[in-house]
Ligand binder design. Structure first.
Ligand code: ZN
Ligand code: ZN
Length: 259
């Protein structure tokens, strides 16, 4: 099993990282993709601590739409920051999370779009996949992906919460769909439909730790070990075994982010 999206270098894990990693490994996890905020010096330096605690982790580094506003005078500076952080991290394998968040609107939308675009161009140049965060910005996300020929870049829609139509759009540009703990929530009817329809070779599972703990851990700090619960629910929905979900998602992960 692999957690394809977590923030293990976040300050929430500073105090007990070795225990968190030990629980992940005891739960059967072989790897995780750890997201690093490119502009966050402290988080970048903690990446080395995470690597030392768990050498199999891989990193995805980028400027999140929430932080895009820091680059309002020069959006290309966001891509330069991401480029430098990736160059300094030997286990970096992806650009992200990047994208658009019109739910919180922490950054002006035009700046979010420019910063997203700059980082897609960087990913193309570096030949790395992208990890996309998109919330209430579906049409603009797909329009930018089309303009930037993202089908040639590839990657994943992380913490997917869209409907079946949006899942189809993501699959049509060749992207993977990653399901998080939200799929375990009883009222996530539409998302459970998505969990059934995504082809097995395009599926990933994640925790987005420390956020979004699945049922029955809801409301507490989330951690990578809980990805097993996500996989269990996805397996139930698809009428298959958790082993098959673990094997398929690990294979998909390897294709995207390993070695
Ligand atoms: Zn996100
Ligand atoms: Zn995240």
């Amino acid at each position: 099993m692999i957690d394809s999206h977590c923030h293990l270098a976040g300050e929430e894990f500073v105090e007990d990282l070795p225990a968190v990693v030990a629980r992940a490994q005891a739960a059967g996890l072989s790897r995780a993709l750890v997201i690093i905020a490119a502009e966050d010096r402290a988080e970048r330096s903690r990446a080395a601590v995470v690597s030392a605690a768990w050498s199999e982790v891989r990193f995805s580094i980028g400027v999140h739409p929430h932080q895009a506003g820091q680059f309002d005078t020069d959006p290309s500076e966001a891509a330069r920051t991401t480029r430098a952080a990736i160059a300094a991290e030997p286990s970096a394998r992806a650009v992200g999370e990047i994208g658009l968040d019109y739910h919180y609107d922490f950054s002006p939308r035009d700046v979010q779009r420019a910063v997203f675009r700059e980082q897609l161009q960087l990913a193309r140049e570096l030949k790395l996949p992208v990890v996309i965060h998109t919330r209430e910005a579906e049409d603009d996300t797909f329009e930018i992906l089309r303009q930037e020929r993202a089908d040639e870049i590839g990657g994943v829609f992380h913490c997917f919460t869209g409907d079946r139509e949006m899942a189809t759009r993501a699959l049509d540009v060749g992207f993977h769909v990653s399901l998080a703990g939200i799929v375990t929530f009883p009222r996530a009817i539409e998302l459970k439909e998505v969990a059934r329809l995504v082809p097995i070779d395009r599926l990933l599972v994640e925790t987005d730790s420390p956020f979004l703990a699945p049922v029955p851990h809801r409301g507490k700090r989330n951690e990578p070990a809980h990805v097993v619960r996500v996989a269990e629910v996805v397996a139930e929905l698809r009428g298959t075994s958790i082993d098959e979900i673990g094997e398929a998602t690990s294979k998909n992960f390897a294709r995207l982010f390993v070695p």
